[in-house]
Ligand binder design. Structure first.
Ligand code: ZN
Length: 295
C-alpha cells in the first residue's frame, strides 16, 4: 500500500471515529397526534441534525386502530427521546422502559401537544411538569404562572380545567431565567410566530423551572396571566426540556418554522443530554418586534 493511501485511510478512519464520538443518538417518537406529526417529525429531525450534535431516528406507533403492544422502542440505545406524540397509552412495558430510561439519566424533550398525552400516567406527568386536556383538573396539580408584580413563579391550586388556548396569534416570549444555559445569550424578549398560546396547564410541577413565559391576553380568550412556554424538569437523573410552543396543522407549521422555536428546541435538546449548551445564537433570531421564520 502506498504511503499516501495509507495516510488517507488513516485520516478518514480518524475522522469517522471523531464524528461518531461527537454524535449523540436521538429518537423522535410519533404516530398519533391531533397535529400534523407527519409534517413536523422531519422538521424536528432536520433541525436536531443541523446542530451537528445528533444522529436522529424515528419510532412510529401504530395508528389508533393498531396493536399498541407492538410499540416498544429500545430507549436505552439513545441519549435523547423527543416526543411528537399525543395519542393512545403505550403498553405498561413501554411506559416502564421509558420511565427507567429517564430515571437513569436519559434526556427527554416534550413538544407542544406531547404535553396533552397520558393524563393518567403519573411518571409522565412528573416529567413534563405541566400538561393540558385529557380531563386534567385540580386533581392533576396546580396551575403555574409568572406573577409579574412579585416577579416570581406561583403555583395556584384553584379548581378548574387543565389546558386551554384562544385563537392562534403572534405573541411575545419573555425569558424568566436569563442565566439558564438554554436561554442564556438569547434576546430576553422575542416575537414568536403565529401559534396557539397554551394556558391553564396543570400538573405536579415538581422540580419545575419556568424559563420563559408569554402573556395570555384576555382579548385572545386568555387567562390574563404570564403562562409558561419553555420549561425544564428533572426526573430521577434525567433532564427534561418542555416546549409548549409548536402548533402545526391544516398545512401550516409556522409556529415550528419560527427561529425562536427552532433554536430553543435545539438548545433544549443539547441541554437535556449534557446539562450545557455549546450552540451559538444565530443572526436570524427574532427580535421583540419581528418574527423570523425558516423553512
Ligand atoms: Zn396545537
Amino acid at each position: 500500500m502506498k504511503a499516501s493511501l495509507r495516510l488517507a485511510l488513516l485520516l478518514s478512519a480518524t475522522l469517522l471515529a471523531a464524528t461518531s464520538q461527537a454524535a449523540m443518538k436521538a429518537l423522535i417518537v410519533d404516530g398519533q397526534n391531533n397535529h400534523d406529526w407527519k409534517g413536523t417529525t422531519p422538521h424536528l429531525k432536520k433541525y436536531l441534525e443541523a446542530t451537528g450534535l445528533f444522529e436522529v431516528e424515528v419510532a412510529t406507533t401504530p395508528d389508533n386502530k393498531g396493536d399498541m403492544s407492538t410499540f416498544k422502542p429500545e430507549f436505552k440505545k439513545y441519549q435523547l427521546v423527543v416526543s411528537n406524540y399525543n395519542g393512545q397509552d403505550w403498553s405498561k412495558e413501554t411506559q416502564a422502559a421509558f420511565e427507567e430510561f429517564v430515571r437513569n439519566g436519559g434526556a427527554f424533550v416534550s413538544v407542544h401537544a406531547a404535553n396533552n398525552s397520558f393524563p393518567n400516567w403519573p411518571a409522565y406527568n412528573q416529567m413534563i411538569g405541566l400538561g393540558g386536556w385529557g380531563g386534567r383538573s385540580e386533581k392533576s396539580g396546580p396551575y403555574v404562572y409568572w406573577e409579574a408584580k412579585a416577579a416570581k413563579v406561583v403555583k395556584d391550586i384553584a379548581p378548574g380545567r387543565g389546558g386551554s388556548h384562544g385563537p392562534q396569534h403572534e405573541f411575545l416570549v419573555e425569558t424568566r431565567e436569563p442565566s439558564h444555559p438554554i436561554v442564556a445569550g438569547l434576546p430576553t424578549k422575542w416575537m414568536h410566530a403565529k401559534d396557539e398560546l397554551y394556558d391553564r396547564l396543570r400538573g405536579p410541577a415538581e422540580n419545575l423551572t419556568v424559563l420563559a413565559t408569554a402573556f395570555a391576553d384576555k382579548q385572545k380568550n386568555g387567562t390574563d396571566r404570564h403562562e409558561p412556554m419553555l420549561m425544564t424538569t428533572t426526573f430521577g437523573k434525567g433532564r427534561v426540556f418542555h416546549t409548549a410552543l409548536g402548533h402545526a396543522g391544516g398545512g401550516k407549521r409556522e409556529a415550528q418554522q419560527c427561529v425562536g422555536f427552532i433554536v430553543t428546541f435545539q438548545r433544549g435538546a443539547e441541554w437535556a443530554v449534557t446539562g450545557k449548551v455549546t450552540q451559538k445564537v444565530p443572526a436570524d433570531f427574532p427580535t421583540a418586534d419581528k418574527v423570523s421564520l425558516r423553512e
